[in-house]
Design a binder for this molecule. Structure first.
Ligand code: SF4
Length: 479
């Protein structure tokens, strides 16, 4: 059962007391090393939302020393690529891009190239020495060092820092919003992961889990709201294990408390979050979601496999039954909530019967959508060390096709059930297909397309009645 946490009032009082203090940098405060605007950086990001959010921290750190962002690689003095190691294809893409960047470097001597993020540690020797593709290699906890590392590279040495930290949360850095629609933004609430899922590289590339100062998160959300943003997504590898101790009062803020603190910033600021871990999501979080209309009724709850034996091999630390119980709890507490998932097919030793458990889980959980992949072994992971990757590629791909087919059927049914309903929609901008239409999301994170009405603009809320649906989109009209 849900209990109001007795410490929450204390937290709110602290919040009021600390309002007005500067929790993160609004503007560059230090003297630029380079005259402002004379050097430009270009950054490409790959992988998860966390990586995109990190690129905004990098942009902020560089802007403090006079670098300006550019979207034109050819005019940049510093080319950065924020990498992802989760899938093999992401690594291949990074290598291809580094070759393109090196061509550009020849055309504009003096340009420096840097690799950031998850690939930094594992591939630093190869990229720096063997392949000589980069001047800088910077791990996810070393972005504050970037200005110094760029200087090192300018002097002709290699700028390298891939040390992982137990403390760094970039709490006091206001991200520079890149590619922003001015309506939705990410807020990173924690870093790293302690979970050790056997297929995953994140615990090795991003280090131990640490939670960011809750007040700095609320301050960032408030700042975004005041700048016109109407939706924030709280990001972490495992948001449900967020835990921050107030150094002054010793009160602990858990994820449910944090959600409430951010929800109270303003009723018109929507809150989303990602990613939830099935073993950690509590009823307290679910009841907090229910309590606040502005906390979106949508949970990304990756199942990975629907079979308990495979889940154990994956070291997910929950069973099929546990997961089903969490899904039931979500629908019981918030019947209107949408759930999405991640699914891996063909994990080591997975049998046909175990694969069918995943198919039936999609039907049981009624996911609105899923991110679906076949298993590919990642070097350095527990699975790579302990298990044989013994499901043939052809079988993995066939199982993936079956998973996709079931998910598409379930997504279509999910969306068709919305036809005739009305939703509060936050307008994000023009639809991709027509400048006559807006696109926007409802609380369940479903994209709606609808004809524009005069007087409305991105960042406004409107009510839309759904009159048509596909497995990916809802179409409707403003009522
Ligand atoms: S929870 Fe598991 S899959 Fe997610 S980042 Fe942590 S180790 Fe990787």
């Amino acid at each position: 059962m849900y209990n109001d946490n007795p410490t929450l009032e204390g937290v709110k009082k602290q919040d009021e007391k600390r309002q007005g203090e500067v929790f993160f940098r609004q503007q560059p405060q230090s003297q630029p090393v380079y005259p402002a605007g004379t050097r430009r950086f270009y950054i490409e990001s790959y992988g998860c939302q966390m990586n995109f959010s990190d690129s905004e921290i990098v942009a902020s750190v560089l802007s403090e020393v006079g670098f300006a962002p550019t979207k034109i690689m050819e005019e940049s003095d510093l080319i950065l690529i924020n990498t992802c190691s989760i899938r093999e294809r992401a690594e291949d893409t990074v290598r291809k891009r580094l070759k393109v960047f090196n061509k550009q470097k020849k055309a504009r001597p003096g340009t420096k190239i840097g690799v950031l993020g998850c690939m930094a540690e594992r591939l630093k020797a190869k990229l720096l020495d063997e392949e000589k593709l980069v001047d800088l290699v910077v791990g996810p906890d070393a972005y504050r060092d970037l200005p110094g590392l760029v200087e090192t590279a300018d002097e002709g040495d290699k700028g390298v820092n891939v040390i992982l930290s137990r403390e760094e949360t970039y709490s006091n850095i206001a991200p520079m919003r890149l590619d922003s629609n001015g309506v939705s933004a990410f807020i990173s609430i924690m870093r790293g992961c302690d979970n050790m899922c056997s297929f995953c590289v994140v615990p090795f590339t991003r280090g131990r889990e640490r939670s960011r100062d809750a007040f700095s998160i609320v301050a960032e959300a408030t700042d975004l709201y005041e700048k016109g943003y109407r939706e924030v997504t709280l990001l972490g590898q495992n948001v449900d294990s967020y835990k921050w101790e107030n150094p002054e009062t010793k009160d602990t803020v858990n994820f449910a408390h944090l959600l409430e603190m951010v929800a109270l910033v303003h009723p018109d600021l929507r809150i989303r979050f990602s990613t939830s871990h099935p073993k950690d999501i509590t009823d307290e979080v679910l009841y907090t979601m229910k309590k606040y209309e502005n906390i979106c009724k949508y949970i990304h709850l990756p199942v990975q496999s629907g079979n308990s034996r495979v889940l154990e091999l994956m070291n997910r630390t929950y069973t099929r039954e546990w997961y089903k119980e969490r899904v039931e709890a979500i629908y019981r507490i918030m019947p209107e909530c949408a759930i999405s998932s991640d699914v891996i097919t063909g994990f080591c030793t997975e049998t046909e019967e175990e694969h069918r458990d995943t198919l039936s889980m999609i039907d049981f959980a009624k996911y609105s959508m899923s991110y679906m992949f076949f298993y590919s072994e990642r070097p350095g992971t527990l699975a790579a060390r302990k298990y044989e990757d013994d499901v043939p590629l052809k079988v993995k791909k066939r199982r993936l096709a079956e998973v996709i087919e079931v998910q598409q059927r379930v997504s279509l049914a999910h969306n068709l059930a919305d036809v005739g309903k009305t939703f509060k929609v936050l307008i994000e901008g023009d639809s991709k297909r027509s400048a006559e239409d807006f696109k926007g999301r409802n609380t369940q994170n479903k994209m709606l397309i609808f004809p524009k009405k005069p007087g409305l603009k991105p960042g406004d809320y409107c009510t839309v009645r759904v009159n048509d649906a596909s497995s990916a989109t809802l179409k409707g009209e403003i009522v």
